[in-house]
Design a protein around this ligand. Structure first.
Ligand SMILES: [Zn+2]
Length: 297
């Protein structure tokens, strides 16, 4: 757009960038459903094989890693949720949903939410408006066809939110987005200053299992955080959300959290949260629905 260096920009240029998509009014209820003090929304990004396909790859090894999420990750997650009678949100790329239709149908039938997570986990910011729009609409259609329910929310793959994403979310008539980071608690998204009615359920790398564990054989990427340390970080995030009466939202991945040495993090966290009687567990759609009705009176 501009050949100028950032320090040469006119005020208009940096103002336009910053105001493109912005956090508007906070959506923090005085209390949560049932008089609860805090809300918990657990999400699982079922990337599965798209972890490899999205980069154009065909590595048998990396595809098998994706399949682990299906074979072992999802069943362990489901068992942990079932034991505590919690409904969660699964963000599923359309290709992943087409590869594992029964998984989506089973989860949806049990009351979990299936929401949009791109077509093949593509990066939105490198797409044209037309391509991004086409993929997002087709993704919504695929999920609706498989589960029988039209999705109401989107998490952009890799949280990569393009300059067109919000416009397309509005065209799709979505209730919420869960890809941005301007707060701990929900807020309304502003489109160049204009309130959109779309609820942001903010994410953070801190509250994401992948950053603590994911490694890549051919890159210099070797994080390894001990499970107890990850549990401790997540627990601190929840404890302060509880103190403040806010939202605790956690992003996990079946092929990351689903291992024998790691699923205990989720189980222990659920147990810790359940030790508090006045906590409400909602799907992302339920949270968005609840807070979007604030201030309407
Ligand atoms: Zn993902």
């Amino acid at each position: 757009m501009s050949e100028l260096e950032p320090w040469q920009w006119s005020d208009e240029i940096w103002q336009k960038k910053v105001n493109k998509v912005r956090a508007g009014r906070p959506l923090v209820p005085p209390e949560w459903p049932g008089g609860a003090r805090a809300a918990v929304a657990l999400s699982f990004d079922s990337d599965h094989e798209t972890n490899e396909l999205r980069d154009g790859g065909a590595s048998i090894g990396r595809l098998s890693w994706g399949q682990y999420g299906v074979r072992r990750g999802i069943p362990r997650i489901k068992a942990a949720l079932d034991k505590a009678d919690i409904k969660a949100t699964f963000f599923v790329p359309a290709v992943s949903a087409l590869l594992h239709e029964n998984e989506q149908r089973m989860l949806a039938a049990e009351g979990h939410e299936i929401a949009i997570h791109g077509w093949i986990h593509e990066l939105n910011s490198i797409l044209s408006y037309e391509d991004e729009r086409d993929l997002m609409f087709r993704s919504a259609d695929v999920l609706e066809k498989i589960t029988g329910t039209r999705p109401v929310g989107l998490r952009t793959p890799s949280w990569d939110f393009s300059p067109h994403t919000l416009k397309i979310e509005r065209e799709l008539g979505l209730l919420y987005d869960s890809s941005l980071m301007a707060d701990d608690d929900c807020y309304e998204l502003l489109d160049e200053g204009e309130p959109t009615g779309i609820v942001e359920l903010p994410v953070e790398w801190i509250r994401d299992d992948a950053v603590y564990f994911n490694m890549h054989r051919f890159h210099a990427l070797r994080p390894y955080t001990p499970p107890d340390a990850v549990y401790d970080i997540f627990r601190r995030e929840f404890d302060r959300a509880y103190q403040e009466g806010g939202l605790f939202l956690l992003t996990m991945h079946p092929h990351v959290i689903g291992y024998r040495s790691r699923i205990g993090i989720l189980e222990a966290l659920i147990e810790h949260i359940k030790d508090h009687e006045d906590v409400w567990f909602g799907t992302h759609a339920e949270v968005a629905e609840y807070v979007s009705n604030l201030g309407d009176e």
